[in-house]
Unconditional design. Structure first.
Ligand SMILES: C[S@@+](CC[C@H](N)C(=O)[O-])C[C@H]1O[C@@H](n2cnc3c(N)ncnc32)[C@H](O)[C@@H]1O
Length: 363
């Protein structure tokens, strides 16, 4: 495994070169793409452990499937209905991390899934996933990019938040794009004039920092383009645009995670920590609709999982398992900040996860 210091210095050299080649300045989205995905060096492309439930295992953050198998077991109820409604036996998972969710879904869905395809930008996770998913080896395949046409049920947990964002800053009433330059041997923020704007006008004259998500929206458009039949369930933290671009959210949502601690400095320790931004679900829904998908539902994770039967599963759990399962739906844990959006191609149908508490109208 590459040592953290040599990893950081190799990534620094790459960043410096990229910035110099671009004339001294790159957009933050380019910086984030390199810091997270530069082959062998970026956070998701290097070999350091990052997934897991506890910092002691080398994990930097905990996701729902890492926390409890109840997440995948409950999502499986929705995936089973979607497979039947769309007449497919294929599941496609984007950004499968350690393979935890794949294992939970494959165990729960049994013969209802004939083929499970993992799509990830990070090749370094593949070996780990192969080992964890050995019992289902005959059904699994890995691809680096999407085929021309796919049929199936797509799932992605905490994938949209890992896609590079652009930073916009309003200072003294004037908008700039915040990018990255190189100064005295390290990356520094630098602002450049721009015509880019947030999708909503930000009320008030105060200084304001925020993000826009062209890559996440392009991802959804590509998905729409390639999905010949089926549905997609994307789960992540975020809000509709009215909340995202609220005048009071003047510091944006960009955040880094390392060793289960959050910090706000994405330019420090590149390659050694996760960089994320919340998801603008209105932007995702509009991109999907523009590209020919229907929004089948949008709800909090709590509502979605309860509609899919989490509470009855909790009845059969030990107190310790139940406590973890409840974190998925408690408002102050993952229940309210995390949302689920469902997108579909073909004849409309009603996913059970949105039977009550659908908030599509808030997008
Ligand atoms: C925060 S991790 C989530 C991992 C896992 N889904 C979980 O819940 O534990 C984000 C993952 O998304 C992957 N990713 C980011 N952009 C992607 C894209 N365009 N296509 C496929 N995977 C992507 C990253 O490589 C990383 O593995």
């Amino acid at each position: 495994m590459t040592e953290p210091t040599s990893l950081t210095s190799a990534l620094h050299a790459l960043l410096e070169r990229a910035i110099r080649q671009a004339g001294g300045w790159i957009g933050f989205d380019r910086y984030m793409a390199l810091a997270l995905y530069a082959p062998g060096l970026g956070y998701y492309a290097n070999e350091a452990p990052k997934f897991g439930a506890m910092p002691s295992s080398g994990s930097d953050f905990v996701t729902a499937p890492e926390m409890t198998p109840l997440f995948g077991q409950t999502l499986a109820e929705q995936v089973a209905q979607a497979l039947e409604a769309t007449g497919t036996r294929e599941v496609w998972e984007f950004g499968a991390g350690s393979g935890a969710l794949a294992l939970q879904l494959l165990d729960a869905l049994g013969d209802r899934v004939a083929c499970y395809t993992i799509v990830d930008l990070s090749g370094s996770l593949r070996a780990r996933q192969q080992q964890r998913l050995q019992a289902h080896a005959g059904k699994l395949q890995w691809v680096g990019e999407l085929p021309e046409a796919l049929r199936g049920v797509v799932v992605g947990n905490e994938v949209l938040d890992a896609m590079p964002v652009k930073l916009l800053v309003r200072s003294g009433g004037v908008w700039h794009e915040r990018g990255v330059a190189w100064h005295e041997g390290r990356p520094v923020f630098a602002d450049s004039p721009t015509d880019l704007r947030p999708p909503l006008e930000i009320e008030g004259p105060h200084d304001y920092l925020t993000e826009i998500h062209p890559q996440a929206e392009a991802f959804v458009r590509t998905l729409a383009d390639r999905l010949a039949a089926g549905a997609a369930f994307l789960i992540d933290y975020g809000f509709p645009e009215r909340e995202y671009y609220h005048p009071q959210r003047h510091m944006g949502t960009l955040m880094c995670h390392r060793g289960h601690l959050a910090d706000g400095d994405p330019l420090a320790d590149a390659g050694l920590k996760d960089i994320t931004a919340h998801v603008d679900f209105t932007g995702i829904a509009l991109a999907a609709q523009d590209a020919g998908l229907q929004v089948l539902g949008y709800a909090s994770q709590a509502r979605f999982l309860m509609n899919c039967g989490l509470l009855s599963k909790l009845e059969h759990c030990t107190p310790a398992q139940r406590a973890l399962g409840l974190k998925l739906i408690h408002e102050h844990e993952m229940g309210e900040l995390f949302k689920v959006i469902a997108l579909g191609k073909g004849a409309p149908w009603e996913p059970l996860g949105f039977a009550q508490g659908d908030r599509t109208h808030t997008l």
